[in-house]
Design a protein around this ligand. Structure first.
Ligand code: SF4
Length: 364
């Protein structure tokens, strides 16, 4: 079935090679394409003598989520985020927990169509504070995400990227300049793990994290999915959390989340809660101030404590905010220590709790 013409748009970040191929310069895959070929991400392709993005304006669906589901625990806690993704991915994670979207080769799945302007309109109409580019990796549809981000900012909405952070420096600079917050996966801390389990490399991800933390205004949180026997050794976790502390600083929140058997790793058991708690302990011992456990019920691992007096300031159960005690300046009401992050004038504890609410967008 042919794709609607308006979903195919000229792509940025590519150049011609002397041998007649063209090379995509968006991510370190550096795909080199002959006429008619697609990149590894599947959604960027060569048409004629140029690169195109084939999913502009098309989505695998729209939902309203609590912001904690991204996960972001220090970015307007309890607020609603309007979430969407497209199809494809530039990594090849064997443990993908969203593989029906990210590995999709059927563009007919992308039933929902929406212009950047419509996304911002509907997000505002449905009471969302922000729009998240998520479900699959937004760097591969950067042109669409960045246009949507501009439309969101015109309406006073915030923008959120949920990404593996695997992209080259030039697009990285432009992409994060339009994002108000990002949750970036740090999937492991050895190049062997990255290459064997994702087909990518570690260093470009680390370079990107340093850029976001130190050269942009984008609020940064990290997520590591702990896979039993693959990336959960104490030595690897110590090295990773030491790097986060030394290179990014102690205030960057880190989320350890539980793997469940999926896609090409159905022979590996789910992450035991004890592994998440061990990882959290290691990170706290390295000096990180905000370390969370995800996809489990864990009161301690879901609580934001004051870095000054250690009073519990935000309590969560799974993705649901149960108590919010920050003052209007985003500081501890007991000792006045400011909490790192972005906070509104008051609590935004939303009645949707941890639920995901699907939304259909009617084109205009
Ligand atoms: S964005 Fe897609 S086409 Fe471009 S280099 Fe990466 S995987 Fe290849």
């Amino acid at each position: 079935m042919s794709e609607p013409l308006d979903s195919v748009t000229p792509a940025r970040w590519w150049h011609r090679l002397d041998d007649g191929r063209i090379q995509c310069d968006l991510c370190p895959r550096d795909c080199r394409l002959h006429e008619g070929q697609r990149g590894l991400c599947f959604v960027r392709a060569r048409q004629g003598d140029a690169m195109v993005l084939t999913t502009y304006g098309r989505s695998s669906g729209f939902c309203i989520d609590p912001i904690e589901k991204k996960p972001l625990n220090h970015f307007y806690p309890g607020s609603r985020v309007f979430s969407f993704g497209t199809a494809g991915c530039n990594l090849a994670c064997k443990f993908c927990q969203n593989w029906d979207i990210s590995k999709s080769r059927e563009m007919d799945r992308l039933m929902d169509q929406a212009s950047p302007r419509r996304i911002a309109e509907v997000a505002a109409e449905t009471g969302c504070r922000s729009v998240a580019f998520t479900y699959n990796d937004p760097v591969i549809f950067a042109e669409y995400a960045m246009d949507a981000a501009d439309a969101c900012h015109e309406r006073g909405l915030q923008t959120v990227a949920v990404t593996a952070g695997y992209l080259h420096e030039a697009p990285r600079r432009e992409f994060y300049a339009k994002m108000d917050a990002a949750n970036v996966d740090l999937k492991g801390f050895t190049d062997a793990f990255y290459f064997q389990h994702t087909g990518a490399h570690l260093q470009p991800v680390l370079d990107g994290l340093v850029h976001v933390r130190h050269d942009t205004a984008c609020w940064l949180e990290l997520t590591t999915l702990l896979i039993p026997g693959a990336n959960d050794s104490s030595a690897e976790l110590e090295a990773m959390t030491r790097w986060v502390h030394d290179e990014l600083g102690p205030d960057v929140p880190l989320h350890f989340t539980a793997f469940h058997p999926d896609y090409r790793m159905t022979d590996v058991p789910a992450t035991p809660p004890a592994t998440l708690q061990r990882a959290r302990r290691i990170a706290l011992d390295q000096g990180l101030r905000h370390v969370y456990t995800g996809n489990v019920h864990d009161l301690a691992g879901g609580t934001t404590a004051c870095p000054g007096c250690h009073a519990p300031l935000i309590e969560r159960d799974w993705h649901e905010v149960r108590a919010y005690r920050l003052d209007a300046q985003g500081a501890c009401p007991h000792c006045g220590t400011a909490l790192a992050g972005r906070f509104g004038a008051g609590p935004e504890v939303d009645p949707i709790g941890r639920r995901r609410i699907p939304v259909r967008i009617q084109p205009r």
